[in-house]
Write a protein that binds this ligand. Structure first.
Ligand code: UDP
Ligand code: MG
Length: 224
């Protein structure tokens, strides 16, 4: 009976019904699409350290683009050599590789809130993100930007390498770090400035000790 009434209704008002459907779908997507916070800053600015703290206190899932690329490189992938050579030279891996890894991880984990650490790093990254992750798929809230000068960043990364011994990253040496910082200044800063113009940057100084930095981070994240 109800079905019969429904089909009579849809014969009479097909356009209205389809409009309702579109609105209902949009509403579902608006509530279900995951929130994303991009985390940017120079190498050694404290992105990874702060992300760990955010995960514990705010229930985000942390995806480090660099870690995903290192796993891909170590998995015996055909892109392994390209990834390693980009990393050593402080260059940015073509976005097709990075976005596929990020997209797969987001789909597999299916969380509501993601911290995407170390991405987007350049124009190519941003274009790739906007191409693949259209607004109906993700809701980018803002960029959490850790501002930290080169000398502090490099000293920290060198210390990190010394304390990790044989496990040290192949790009945590003075030569690679200088190249990484140059890439950050010339390619990543313009991306941060682009988001800044849209009012989407939350800047926190990465210089103080981690717990102090986190107090500032909390102020930024509590509004989400
Ligand atoms: N990388 C990249 N694309 C990304 C993230 C990382 O090409 O989206 C490469 C790049 O060569 C970078 C390296 O991976 O220098 C290390 O990145 P990670 O974010 O792990 O370093 P961090 O900035 O945290 O020290
Ligand atoms: Mg990192």
């Amino acid at each position: 009976m109800l079905g019969c009434m429904r089909s009579a209704f849809s014969r009479t008002y097909p356009l209205l019904l389809s409009r309702c459907k579109v609105r209902a779908t949009a509403a579902v997507m608006a509530t279900e699409r995951p929130q994303v916070v991009f985390v940017l800053g120079g190498p050694g600015a404290g992105k990874g350290t702060q992300c760990e703290k955010i995960v514990k206190e705010f229930g985000f899932v942390h995806l480090s683009a660099g870690d995903l690329l290192r796993q891909e490189r170590d998995s015996g992938s055909e892109n392994g050599d390209l990834i390693e050579s980009c990393m050593k030279n402080g260059l940015i891996v073509p976005v097709e590789i990075t976005i596929a890894l990020l997209g797969k991880a987001m789909e597999r984990i299916g969380a509501k809130k993601f911290l995407i650490d170390g991405f987007p790093r350049n124009e190519d990254n941003l274009d790739g993100w906007e191409r693949e992750m259209t607004e109906d798929k993700c809701d980018v809230k803002f960029v959490l930007f850790f501002d930290c000068p080169e000398d502090v960043c490099i000293e920290r990364a060198i210390k990190r390498a010394e304390s990790s011994g044989a496990m040290a990253r192949s790009d945590d040496n003075l030569e690679s770090l200088k190249k990484r910082f140059r890439t950050y200044t010339s390619h990543t800063m313009p991306i941060i400035e682009r988001y800044e113009k849209k009012g989407m940057v939350r800047k926190v100084s990465g210089v103080p000790p981690p717990d102090e930095v986190f107090e500032e981070v909390k102020k930024v994240l509590k509004d989400l």
